[in-house]
Design a protein around this ligand. Structure first.
Ligand SMILES: CC(C)(COP(=O)(O)OP(=O)(O)OC[C@H]1O[C@@H](n2cnc3c(N)ncnc32)[C@H](O)[C@@H]1OP(=O)(O)O)[C@@H](O)C(=O)NCCC(=O)NCCS
Length: 76
């Protein structure tokens, strides 16, 4: 899930409200934890995560590889 608020509506509490609602939904559904990701430069989502008590997970990073086009098979 990606939390997003249209630019014209940002900084009115909507992003925080959506994330709080998602947290309540997950808890009610029996989820034990939320594992979220955001870019280090995303000050808005980092501030929201901090305010809601999310903690960084040291040692974890994200990896990406495009798979469209040639070169998907494993090397021999
Ligand atoms: C990140 C995003 C969802 C925040 O939504 P928003 O509705 O603007 O956030 P809120 O109004 O609920 O902000 C809550 C608090 O977060 C912090 N915050 C939000 N945007 C910020 C920014 N650009 N810079 C610094 N702090 C920010 C502030 O502390 C803010 O409280 P304040 O306005 O009273 O100071 C929105 O900027 C967005 O849609 N960005 C593009 C998509 C994106 O990056 N999604 C997250 C992917 S992980």
């Amino acid at each position: 899930m990606l939390t997003g608020v249209a630019a014209a509506w940002q900084r009115r509490g909507l992003g925080m409200a959506v994330k709080v609602a998602a947290t309540h939904w997950a808890k009610a559904a029996g989820w034990e934890r939320l594992n979220v990701g955001t870019a280090g430069v995303n000050a808005g989502m980092r501030a929201i995560n901090d305010a809601l008590g999310f903690k960084p997970m040291p040692g974890w990073s994200r990896w990406m590889k495009p798979v469209a086009g040639p070169g998907v098979s494993a090397p021999r």
